[in-house]
Write a protein that binds this ligand. Structure first.
Ligand SMILES: [Zn+2]
Length: 154
């Protein structure tokens, strides 16, 4: 068995409900943080993609969506992006400096009717930590759904 990195224990504690966020980051996931990171890393690798590629696309859509000031913006002819500012900001549970705006980004694929949403913190955590949140967390971004709905190709 691998020896557990004690730094992950601190991060895991930060992710509990009521620490940094009211609902926390792990949902009802019974896996350890290390396993969540590993499983999602494998999922993304199986799709021949990287966390950086996914985060870049999310960032690009978020930037373009902000131009709608709360109204939907059509991007690439099939993605309807709505960025709603919910005021305030939130810290990264991995103990980084800096705060991330609590805006909510909703993307509707007009071809399939499927929808997915994320926050600025999701983009940061995916890019820098490969973390998509635990299953059952209200802000969990399911990598397979993300790739399918945004139609990200390898
Ligand atoms: Zn961070």
């Amino acid at each position: 068995m691998l020896k557990k990195d004690p730094r992950l224990d601190i991060v895991e504690k930060n992710m509990m409900p009521g620490e940094i966020s009211h609902t926390g980051f792990l949902g009802n996931d019974k896996r350890s943080l290390a396993d969540i990171l590993l499983d999602d890393g494998l999922t993304v690798a199986d799709l021949q993609l990287t966390h950086q590629i996914l985060a870049e696309r999310m960032e690009e859509l978020t930037d373009k969506g902000r131009e709608g000031f709360g109204y939907p913006v059509m991007i690439d002819g099939f993605l309807e992006v709505t960025v709603e500012d919910s005021r305030g900001s939130i810290a990264c549970p991995f103990n980084h400096m800096g705060m991330y705006p609590k805006e909510n980004v909703r993307v509707l694929n007009r071809k399939t009717g499927e929808e997915i949403s994320w926050t600025s913190l999701n983009i940061h955590m995916i890019r820098e930590h490969g973390f998509y949140e635990g299953k059952g967390s209200p802000f969990r971004v399911e990598p397979v759904d993300l790739v399918r709905i945004l139609e990200i190709k390898d």
